[in-house]
Design a protein around this ligand. Structure first.
Ligand SMILES: *[C@@H]1O[C@H](CO)[C@@H](O)[C@H](O)[C@H]1NC(C)=O
Length: 398
């Protein structure tokens, strides 16, 4: 069960609610108790992760200092623990004979979005992946940590932040302004809740702000902090505390999930990253390139690339994502795995659930011939991000 759902269940369970809300009824299958083993013929492992748990953008109770000290949108203590758990589990999966316990630049490369929460997630995951030994054990006081370089690449991992990318702005517009039918419906069906939130916080009565409130609820529950009076003793007709909290929790990640569902946004966010993973596998097939590639990005981008790859997931827990295993024996083949925190320190890597067009191609170990995989998903690859962005200044000569 993914972290957000775990937290929501904790919230609802704690409040004694057996929620009648839609998402609580979708019972996610339990996570496997242990990770799958790496295939002995694997020659490239790619892992992509969403950043770990972060603070909300707006704090519902700014004077409460029991959490959120890192600042709005920053990776917090839970998020760091999740990322460390991911790195440790990736190392367990990889083992110490596939790549060295110490960092070598030829063996592994890492990429992050420019967002601090993604860079810090990657840094913490890498700290879990490497434990400097022997010559690399450079200072006893930093026994378990070695510096490791990574590349910040927003075209790859945060296209929405790339300047002069009108197609990305276009893809986001109906989500940002809540005109996408699913979001418009969510807004109109919950208008009283949104207004009640607005009256008591001064925030706009918008889905994105209610999503922020849901992030606050997770942190309040996790740290057992206090709810503001308007949530503790609601004055909104038909709502007590339990029902109010359950209702706002439903807004969690609404815009990000909508982007990953909305095809123009999905492809714009994930298409170039998809291409990077496929190209890296083709390079590995020629005996070149690194043996491990790690990426850290955002919910909507990571979920988008996973959906382009044919995973059936509809949401992404903090610090969850994918692992791809590539082997060239007996032919070029890929295995699509998922990884999830359970729910904080422990992490698990397991066979991903795929669309039927792909699951029908899997062999008994879950591998799919790369050529067949690309026949199904190749249409979503973006090879030239500038053209995909709709940049029109190609003719301008310097
Ligand atoms: C929201 O964005 C869409 C573009 O996708 C636009 O057509 C629509 O007019 C916008 N609506 C509002 C209320 O701004």
């Amino acid at each position: 069960m993914e972290f957000l759902k775990v937290m929501l269940h904790l919230v609802l369970g704690f409040l004694g609610i057996h929620s009648n809300t839609a998402s609580a009824n979708e019972v996610a299958p339990p996570l496997p108790s242990s990770s799958i083993a790496r295939d002995p013929n694997t020659i490239l492992i790619l892992f992509g992760t969403r950043h770990g748990c972060r603070n909300p953008e707006n704090y519902v109770n700014p004077s409460d200092k029991s959490w959120g000290q890192e600042g709005p949108l920053e990776l917090n203590r839970i998020g760091k623990k999740q990322a460390l758990g991911l790195g440790k589990e990736i190392r367990k999966f990889i083992g110490n004979d596939y790549i060295n316990a110490n960092y070598f630049g030829k063996e592994a490369v890492f990429y992050a979005s420019s967002a601090p929460r993604c860079q810090m997630t990657l840094q913490t995951a890498i700290a879990g992946l490497y434990t400097p030994l022997g010559f690399a054990d450079w200072d006893k006081r930093y026994d378990n940590w070695s510096p490791v370089p990574y590349t910040i690449d927003d075209q790859l991992l945060r296209m929405y932040n790339v300047k002069n990318c009108p197609k990305s702005d276009e893809a986001w517009a109906p989500i940002s302004n809540d005109s996408l039918p699913s979001l418009a419906k969510m807004e109109s069906e919950n208008i009283e809740l949104l207004k009640y939130m607005a009256e008591n916080t001064g925030w706009q009565p918008k889905v994105s702000l209610a999503a922020d409130l849901a992030d606050n609820i997770i942190m309040i529950e996790h740290t057992r902090a206090k709810y503001p009076q308007w949530m503790n003793k609601p004055t909104l007709a038909g709502y007590d505390k339990k029902k109010l909290i359950a209702a706002y929790s439903e807004f969690a990640e609404a815009h990000y999930k909508a982007c990953a569902e909305h095809m123009p946004c999905r492809q714009m966010m994930g298409g170039y990253w998809l291409k990077h993973t496929i190209d890296s596998m083709k390079t590995a097939a020629t005996g070149k390139g690194p043996k491990v590639i790690g990426y850290a990005s955002h919910t909507e981008v990571t979920l988008a690339v996973m959906k382009l790859m044919g995973y059936t997931r509809k949401e992404l827990t903090t610090s969850a994502g994918f692992v791809l295993e590539f082997k060239n024996t007996p032919q070029a083949m890929v295995r699509l795995l998922e990884h999830d925190p359970n729910p904080v320190d422990k992490h698990v890597i397991y066979q991903g659930t795929l669309i039927p067009e792909l699951s029908s191609l899997q062999d008994s170990n879950g591998f799919i011939p790369l050529a067949d995989f690309e026949k199904v998903i190749g249409q979503f690859e973006i090879s030239d991000w500038e053209t995909a962005c709709g940049r029109t200044n190609n003719c301008q000569k310097a």
